[in-house]
Structure formats: C-alpha cells, structure tokens
Ligand binder design. Structure first.
Ligand code: HAM
Length: 420
C-alpha cells in the first residue's frame, strides 16, 4: 500500500470547509486593500533562489527540492513565493504599471524539513507583495492586512513582533559589532552558531538553543545601529501602527530566515508556542528586484501558513461554515424509472438544483437510507405509477410527509431548497 510521502497531507472533503473559509476570507481582505491575484509556476530555475533567498540560508542549503529535469535543466520546487513574484514582476514589465503593484497569491511550498505538528514538507502559503514603493505607510498597510486577516478569522491571542535590520549602508557596521560580541562568546555557542558566526552572523540571533538564546538576548540591537533613513523609516512605521491601533512588540532577535530582507521584518505568533508555530512572516526586500536584474525597486510583503492557521482555528474551537451540498436525492424503482430519473436530474440541475441520483438498483428503503445518510432535505421518488402519470413523489426528509407533484412543477418548487 502506498502512503502519502512523509511531511505531506491529503486534504479530505471534511477538511475542505476550513480551507475554503480561510482562503475566501483572505481573498476578500486582499481585494478590499486593492491587491490582485497572481499565479506563478510550481517550479523555477534553481538559480533564482540562490540569488534571492541566499545560498547560505538553511532553506537553500538543506531544504530545497532541486533536481535536473529530463532536459538537464536544474530546477527547484518553490521553497517560498516572493522570489517568483519578483521574477514575474520583471519578466512581464510590471514596473510599467502604476506603482506600487499590489499582488496576492496562494501557492504550494516545498521544503525538506523535519516534519512535526504544523511543519510539513509541502505546505500552502497565502501571501501578499506590494512592489514599487519604499514609504513606511506601505509597511503599515501590509502589516495591517496580516493582522486583520487573523482578526477576521476570529483568531485571538497572537502577538506581532517587529524589527528593523537596516539596509546595505548601515547593516555592515552592525554586523561588525555583532560579530565582535559573538566572537568573545564563541566557545559557549552551539555548532550551528559557530558556523553562522563566519557565514551568516545575523542568523545567530534566532538560534533556538536555549544557551544561544541567552547570548542573543544581551546582544547588540540592529535598531541601535540604523542609518538616519532607516531609523526614520522604522520610527515612522511604529507611529503608523500605533495610529492604526495595531499592537506590536519590538523584538531585536527577529531576523527571519531569508537573506533578501532589508529594514522592516515582522512575524505573527500565537502567544503560547515557539517559533515553529509562527503563522505569518514578512518584511521589506528593497534590494531584491535589483539583485534579480531590475532597477532599484523597494517592496514589502508577507505570507501566512495555511495549515498553521487551520490548526489554530481548531485549537480555538472556531467553527467554519459548511460548504454547500445538494439538498435533493432522486430515488427510482425499475429500469424505465431509472432512465426517467437521469433525464429529470439533468433538467433540474440545469435549473440550478443540486441533486444526487441513486446509482444502484436498490430497494426504495435502501435508497431512502442513502438519502438520509447524505442529509438531504427532500427525496424525489419515481416509481411505475409516477412514470405513467408524469409525476414524482416529493418526500420531506424532516417530517416524512409525501406529496405527488407534476414533473413540470419541480424546477419551480425546488429552486429554493435544492439550489447549491
Ligand atoms: P516564511 O516565514 O518562510 O516566509 O514562511 C511564511 C509562513 O509559512 C510561515 O510563517 C509559516 O506560517 C509557514 N510555513 C513555513 N514553513 C512551513 C512548513 N514547513 N510547514 C508549514 N508551514 C510553514 C516566506 O516564505 C516569505 N516568502 C514571506 C514573505 C513574503 N516575505 C515577504 N513577502
């Protein structure tokens, strides 16, 4: 027997109401803020991610699904969405449209991680990117969207962490200070941090080892080393968030796991739960478009993990609306009645009635049991007599009352309850 690959999950029909609910809410929200949908392929040239996420990040080093296709091309299944959206922005000349270009997407993401609760090798992200403006009000807009999404889903007890990691002007100075601080404490660091110290010092700050976290807690803060412009940008953003009533916590250890970020970085997490429970991550990436061959183009975005949102909906016991399903079942007795049933079903469905037809030639009792199991409101029954008279029996499944009605009247009678 085959099983779904480790770290992947089937989304069975009973799970679908959660998925449709979250995605519908997210789409409505994006549309309200003027964001338009974009879809990108599920794989890209592998080089795109080395250039954007960073060749020295955990994601690119350890987690991408990269392989040669049959034509010898090295491709990578999307390990995140932002790089692809930027590639599409450049490829299709979206810089010629009014800026910023506001986009949203819903995509499958592939990361070879160690699976555990809420952490998959294939997961789904819903994300937004606003490309082409550096104003802090755009940061505030994007953070506001992320925050309101959780609110509109009814999720509570979440915190928004915020930091600024500066730009290519001011970050080198900060990194020098940070490296010096860590170099003096190198012996007490975990093996990963020893290597980060040389290769990617910013990531020292979000090591999950308790002993390293202690070192990080007292480390120099990027916000104290920002250049004038980055400092003003960060102050202005915090002012806007205050004005908009969005509560946040400044977290100097928040640096994010992708190298393209500049200035603003943010995450949303449940109040209880570690970094693995982060449900939203985002930030500015003002140099990325240029890095990919475009003109300097500031941008900001975020993505939420759909599985983690749904996990939290369930944890908080929030109910979601059921999906529409047929309210009419069509039973038939005898070969000719079956043929009439198929014809009638087609007419009723075209008139907008959702309807399930009995398949096997079972007894009426068995067919009614099937109707009950489906939870329909009405069952239509065609037997020999009805066939002759051009009528059907309409049975109300709640009170078991039955009446005989003409076939011709059915579309009108069922227009309300039977419609899906
Ligand atoms: P990220 O933080 O790597 O950011 O992923 C976004 C969200 O996807 C996370 O906050 C988490 O909820 C979810 N997620 C990540 N990995 C997994 C996993 N293995 N299993 C389940 N859920 C997961 C990005 O990918 C950036 N592209 C976000 C962004 C957009 N930044 C700017 N624009």
């Amino acid at each position: 027997m085959y099983k779904a690959p480790r770290g992947t999950a089937d989304i069975l029909p009973q799970e679908q109401p959660y998925w449709r609910y979250v995605e519908q809410r997210a789409v409505e929200l994006c549309q309200r803020y003027g964001y338009e949908r974009i879809d990108v392929p599920a794989f890209e040239d592998a080089g795109l991610f080395d250039r954007s996420i960073g060749a020295e990040t955990d994601i690119v080093e350890k987690e991408t699904y990269t392989f040669e296709d049959k034509g010898g091309k090295k491709i990578t299944l999307l390990p995140e969405g932002t790089a692809s959206i930027c590639r599409a922005y450049l490829e299709h000349g979206l810089h010629n449209q009014p800026q910023p270009v506001r986009l949203y997407y819903s995509i499958s993401i592939f990361r070879y991680e160690r699976p555990q609760s809420g952490r998959y090798r294939q997961h789904r992200q819903f994300g937004c990117e606003a490309i082409g403006d550096g104003d802090p009000s755009l940061d505030a807009e994007v953070i506001d969207m992320a925050w309101r999404l959780f609110r509109s889903l009814g999720l509570e007890r979440f915190t928004l962490s915020l930091n600024s990691i500066g730009c290519k002007e001011c970050r080198p100075t900060y990194l020098k200070v940070l490296k010096k601080y860590y170099a003096a404490r190198a012996e007490g660091l975990c093996a990963d941090c020893q290597s980060r110290l040389v290769r990617n010092p910013l990531r020292l700050l979000d090591c999950k080892q308790p002993s390293c976290q202690q070192v990080a807690a007292a480390a120099p803060r990027s916000a104290d080393y920002l250049c004038k412009q980055c400092g003003e940008h960060f102050n202005q953003l915090q002012r806007y968030l205050d004005l908009m009533g969005i509560p946040f916590t400044a977290n100097h250890c928040l640096v994010r796991g992708l190298d393209y970020y500049t200035r603003t970085v943010f995450e949303i997490q449940p109040e209880t739960g570690g970094s693995q429970s982060t449900i939203c991550g985002g930030g500015r990436y003002d140099d990325l478009i240029e890095e990919l061959g475009g003109k300097p183009t500031p941008a900001i975005g975020f993505a939420v993990g759909m599985e983690r949102i749904i996990l939290n909906l369930k944890k908080q016991k929030l109910s979601v609306p059921a999906l529409p399903r047929p309210q009419v079942f069509l039973a038939h007795i005898g070969r000719e009645a079956k043929e009439e049933a198929l014809k009638l079903a087609s007419v009723l469905r075209q008139a907008g009635t959702g309807l399930v037809v009995a398949i096997a030639d079972r007894s009426l009792k068995a067919q009614l049991r099937q109707a009950n199991a489906l939870g329909v409101r009405y069952t239509l029954i065609i037997g020999e007599e009805e066939l002759k008279a051009g009528t059907v029996v309409l049975r109300d499944m709640i009170d078991a009352r039955q009446e005989t009605v003409s076939e011709a009247d059915l579309p009108g009678l069922l227009a309300g309850p039977g419609g899906v």
